[in-house]
Design a binder for this molecule. Structure first.
Ligand SMILES: Cc1ncc(COP(=O)(O)O)c(C=O)c1O
Length: 378
């Protein structure tokens, strides 16, 4: 575990981000996606704060293991957990967890649906169905709707607790993109078809962050934000200008300088002996790919004390070298804090772009060696 390289997570900013979202979606319930350790932010602390301070009551995990962690670590809190992708409902160990730990599987295929409808112990369990309307990843295909209606009726049920779908292109203009338009229409038709056939739909959701930035999914009872609540935009640059999102990052990734030395043009540094192109200064920072500061950071610009540095040479397992112009020398001190990203959204978006990584990935790739420190910024 690191000591001074850490991800500082500001829980109060989560409150601000949620308030901003509610200004637009005031009649909607939030199903907050906290999979992958809350996108790397420390799931247990995030959920505790969201339940206790922000009155969020529904959370989305990818795996039953994540859901179990929440139930185990937060035994006294009242909230629902949905498992979205790694459901494994037929495994006895998982069946028991669903039944006894109040974890709800999102049903995305016919076999799982059949199992849930036919298993006597699940007869009072909420039925949550995810349909594939064009994402082509998970989800029951929309052409199976008649079959699904027949199966539901045969089981003696007359309602679906939550019907959902997921967009493939929410980062693009949903009102213009052929697939975006198709997905919305298919989902509307599905809702209508169920209702026409006498199946009541209690809740619906479709909008993830990109869709929310475009104010889609108003007709639903629920919204399913992930990335947006952690701060960044989710839509592509041309749509960002039109986006109403003004949230900030919850997190600041910080490390410190463990060595500083001057170099001359032609000197070599680190593994692979990268040649330095100009005279300057190298600051060695205490983050490497063992921390999730991946080799993709090579070549990106990082600011320190008003100077622009460039990650130079090969990122190592435990360290990375940042090259600065000579005039930065006086401002680079061993032991000083060095910030990779702060709460500002734009520099973080640039970091993702420069390292050709998804913003999602910058968060998620941070390893367990980097402690997540949860604070309330004052
Ligand atoms: C089914 C589902 N809904 C919602 C989300 C949240 O997406 P985002 O983080 O883009 O808001 C995800 C994340 O991938 C998801 O898989």
């Amino acid at each position: 575990m690191r000591f001074r390289s850490r991800l500082v997570v500001d829980l109060a900013q989560l409150g601000t981000n949620v308030s901003l979202l509610k200004e637009q979606y005031d009649h909607h319930q939030i199903l907050f996606m906290v999979k992958a350790d809350a996108y790397g932010h420390g799931m247990v602390s995030i959920v505790r704060y969201a339940v206790c301070e922000l009155a969020i009551k529904e959370f989305g995990c990818a795996t039953i293991g994540e859901a179990l962690t929440l139930r185990t670590e937060l035994p006294d809190l009242e909230f629902d957990i949905y498992v979205f992708s790694d459901v494994q409902i037929e495994l006895q160990v998982c069946t028991e967890l669903y039944l006894h730990r109040r974890i709800i599987p999102v049903i995305s295929n016919r076999q799982d649906l059949e199992f849930l409808l036919e298993h006597n112990d699940f007869r009072h369990f909420p039925l949550i169905l995810k349909f594939n309307t064009g994402m082509n990843r998970l989800g029951i295909n929309d052409d199976q709707v008649s079959d699904v209606i027949r199966m539901i009726k045969k089981s003696g049920r007359s309602s679906i607790y939550h019907l959902m779908t997921h967009f493939a292109t929410a980062d693009e203009d949903l009102a213009q993109h052929t697939l975006g338009i198709k997905q919305q229409n298919v989902f509307e038709n599905l809702v209508r078809e169920f209702q026409t056939q006498g199946i009541q739909i209690e809740r619906t959701s479709r909008a993830n962050s990109g869709a929310l930035e475009q104010l889609a999914g108003f007709q639903d009872s629920h919204i399913r934000p992930g990335l947006l609540l952690y701060g960044p935009h989710s839509v592509k640059p041309d749509l960002r200008e039109k986006s109403w999102w003004r949230g900030q990052l919850l997190s600041q990734l910080e490390t410190y300088i463990i060595n500083v030395f001057k170099v001359k043009k032609g000197d070599t540094i680190g593994y692979g002996a990268t040649h330095v192109q100009n005279d300057g200064v190298i600051a060695v920072i205490a983050l490497g790919y063992g921390d999730g500061f991946s080799t993709r950071y090579q070549g990106v610009t990082l600011k320190h004390a008003g100077h622009n540095g460039v990650v130079m040479g090969r990122v190592n397992m435990d360290m990375a070298q940042v090259f600065f112009p000579l005039q930065a020398f006086e401002d680079l001190k061993v032991g000083e804090k060095f910030v990779i990203w702060n709460h500002e959204v734009e520099p973080f978006m640039n970091l993702a772009q420069q390292s050709q990584t998804l913003t999602y990935e910058l968060f998620c790739q941070l390893s367990s060696r980097v402690p997540r420190i949860h604070q309330l910024r004052t």
